[in-house]
Design a binder for this molecule. Structure first.
Ligand SMILES: NC(=O)c1ccc[n+]([C@@H]2O[C@H](COP(=O)([O-])OP(=O)(O)OC[C@H]3O[C@@H](n4cnc5c(N)ncnc54)[C@H](O)[C@@H]3O)[C@@H](O)[C@H]2O)c1
Length: 392
């Protein structure tokens, strides 16, 4: 484990949960005190303040990167040098250029690579994706994902050089990959229109942004991200297709509601702003945030010699979409997504979903009206004229 901070601990709690046989065998942290404490807390036999010592440790089969964004590339290159399997937290790079270098390096070295996009492994996400892929929603038209909270928990996030961006990069990376999964990973994201602003915090980066991501098949992705939202961690997705809709609330409303006067108050959930009054706790954060399914997929994939669901390539595509969002926020125009490496389909056209009513008409809409009769709106195939008919 490289890093012993917030996400390193979430990962460790998940990897070594329940009766798991998976084990962290070495931990690197820049400060001896943190490395030692993490090793004690998680019963890790080896700790070090030298990154390469952890990567090269003979008992290490796979390296998990849980370091600030500006250190991902150096850590990945250490794994490439040691030819060790590597999984890294999001975002893969601070931009697509960094991400592409990492992608090319791991593929050239032939090492296993996984992108730790936990929100594409939540139980609700996996269930929704199964329904979407099974056709329950028809052709996907719109996939919106929102992640907003009151701001990150460590100083480096707020430093543009180390973080590489503000809430677009930090939170938008989750949202883009969620929408991409629903729309289809083989469908090319082509352009982005983004509004971004620093509305509240005294920082050079954006603390609030909204963007539209256009896909080649005509579907639209949308992300809403903020570091200035008050009220906890709001993680919501909405998918709309020609045959249905899904609304997912991953965190603030999970069905568990509680009131406390504050007596005996304790930790409620990530980024919860209060532990008194009416609360919306999360039953099992590790499961609800996707960590358990994510590590299971990563380790199984590595054992079975296959790719995991989320790879460095996915991380690279996400970075390319976010780069376009940053360009658009500046130019105030739709900006193209520059994908020097694209492995999906090319030249996909929007599918036709015209429904025949009879030989003469297409069906536009059918509705039962209040007196119980059925009304249909039809379009003449030859003249294009729109008519309505009420049937008994
Ligand atoms: N849901 C998620 O997937 C999720 C959530 C939070 C963070 N993250 C990602 O995890 C990574 C780490 O974030 P975090 O929240 O754990 O941050 P953190 O500040 O809590 O922990 C960072 C770790 O890196 C170490 N570190 C900091 N600066 C360093 C330096 N200059 N040299 C060496 N080590 C240094 C810290 O000591 C600590 O161990 C980031 O890339 C972040 O985007 C992912």
């Amino acid at each position: 484990m490289l890093g012993s901070g917030f996400i390193g601990r979430f990962y460790a709690d998940s990897i070594q949960a329940h009766r798991s046989k998976d084990k962290i065998v070495s931990v690197y942290s820049r400060r001896e005190q943190s490395a030692r404490k993490f090793a004690e807390d998680y019963d890790v036999p080896h700790w070090t303040t030298e990154m390469e010592a952890a990567v090269n440790h003979p008992d290490v089969d796979m390296v998990c990167i849980a370091l600030p964004n500006n250190l991902h590339e150096a850590a990945v290159m250490a794994c490439v040098k040691a030819k060790k399997a590597v999984i890294t937290t999001k975002p893969l790079g601070r931009n697509a250029e960094e991400a592409k270098r990492m992608l090319e390096a791991v593929e050239k070295a032939g090492i296993f690579n996984g992108y730790l996009e936990d929100l594409c492994y939540t139980p609700k996400f996996l269930k929704t994706l199964e329904s979407v892929q099974g056709g329950a929603l028809g052709r996907i038209l719109w996939a919106k994902s929102r992640e907003t909270h009151p701001g990150p928990h460590s100083e480096w996030f707020w430093d543009l050089e180390q973080a590489g961006g503000g809430c677009i990069l930090d939170l938008g990376c989750h949202c883009v990959e969620i929408s991409r999964n629903y729309i289809g990973k083989d469908i090319k994201p082509i352009e982005v229109m983004c509004w971004a602003e620093t509305q509240v915090k005294p920082i050079p980066a954006e603390d609030h942004a909204i963007a539209l991501v256009k896909y080649e098949n005509g579907a639209i992705g949308q992300f809403e991200v903020s570091w200035t939202f008050r009220g906890g961690l709001d993680l919501r997705d909405e998918v709309m297709g020609t045959e249905g809709t899904v609304w997912v609330n991953n965190f603030l409303r999970t069905g568990l509601e509680m009131f406390t006067s504050g007596k005996g108050a304790h930790y409620v959930a990530e980024k919860a702003e209060s532990n008194t009054g009416w609360l919306f706790p999360v039953g099992d954060e590790l499961a609800d945030l996707g960590y358990n399914h994510m590590f299971t997929d990563m380790f199984n994939a590595c054992d079975e010699g296959r790719e995991p669901r989320e790879t460095f390539y996915d991380g690279y595509v996400v970075n390319a979409v976010l780069d376009a969002a940053y360009r658009s926020a500046k130019s105030r125009q739709w900006e193209p997504v520059k994908l020097e490496i694209w492995r999906g389909r090319e030249g996909v056209q929007q599918e036709s979903t015209l429904t025949d009513y009879d030989d003469q008409y297409y069906l536009i809409k059918e509705e039962v009206i209040h007196d119980g009769r059925t009304k249909v709106i039809l379009k003449d195939k030859q003249s294009g004229k729109v008519i309505e008919k009420v049937t008994a």
